[in-house]
Design a binder for this molecule. Structure first.
Ligand SMILES: Nc1ncnc2c1ncn2[C@@H]1O[C@H](COP(=O)(O)OP(=O)(O)O)[C@@H](O)[C@H]1O
Ligand SMILES: [Mg+2]
Length: 235
């Protein structure tokens, strides 16, 4: 059973008389421990697909299975619980709360899980150590560099111990050195924790470091490097 199954997914935006098909019959699966880049031109549907996989939005047709569980018929509450338990999300623009310290930003998702304050601080500190920011826990976002802010956001995504990490252009706002460091961190988390990672990227040097690359065009999967690899190895 794959960790993630995306089956014949479509998304159509409807406004008045205009319908915009944004995803058309997208299918792929990812096994536990896979590391995929999702690439393709701007407007090809990458963010829409990530938001569907992350259970932040609903498809028009098709199914998303996470650890064998079909998600299309889940209530909003049940989908939120599954997301909270299984999925970590990292955004291009960090989405940190400016008045909170790094530690409090990272601890926040645990509030929704009913974890005690003391345990929240312990787990958040451990996640910050994991991303190399053990010495920046009391800093607020404006006291950190872009690369450090993104690592705080990664720690926040990790603190709930997810199985699937989704990152939408996580290096898009970073200089090339910080982008390289953040990419190295994703690779290390994948290798050390067996975390399944899917990152959207425009950057060819980042994509080249990903073991598997899925290319989208006009809302469809144009190419999937690992599918090609599988068909080569099975013939
Ligand atoms: N809420 C929306 N209503 C209508 N069209 C949308 C909406 N969100 C995205 N789109 C359209 O869907 C297409 C894919 O967008 P997106 O998934 O953001 O692509 P990408 O992340 O690859 O740049 C674009 O043409 C965009 O204009
Ligand atoms: Mg996008």
């Amino acid at each position: 059973m794959p960790l993630l199954g995306v089956l014949n997914l479509s998304k159509i935006y409807i406004r008045g008389q205009t319908t915009t098909p944004v995803l058309r019959d997208v299918s792929f699966s990812a096994s536990a421990g896979d590391f995929c880049a999702l690439t393709g031109a701007s407007g090809s549907g990458k963010t829409t697909l990530m938001n569907l996989i992350g259970l932040l939005d609903r498809q028009t047709t098709g199914e998303i299975e996470i650890a064998g569980q079909k998600t299309s018929l889940l209530s909003a509450d049940a989908a939120a619980r599954l997301r909270n338990r299984m999925i970590g999300f990292v955004f291009q623009s960090f989405h940190l709360l400016p008045c909170y310290t790094a530690l409090d930003n990272v601890a926040l998702p645990l509030v929704y899980r009913g974890v005690s304050k003391r345990m929240r601080r312990e787990l958040a500190a451990a996640a910050l150590h994991q991303v190399g920011l053990g010495n920046r826990m009391a800093h607020r976002p404006d006291e950190l560099s872009g690369g450090q802010r993104q690592r705080v956001a990664i720690a926040r995504a990790l603190v709930g111990n997810p199985k699937l990490l989704l990152a939408d252009e996580p290096t898009g706002n970073l200089d090339s050195q910080s982008a390289d460091d953040v990419m190295s961190l994703f690779l290390a988390l994948n290798a050390e924790l067996g975390l399944t990672v899917i990152i959207v990227t425009h950057d060819p040097t980042i994509a080249a470091r990903c073991p598997r690359r899925i290319v989208m065009r006009d809302g469809q999967v144009l190419d999937d490097s690992s599918a090609a690899l599988r068909s080569v190895t099975t013939t």
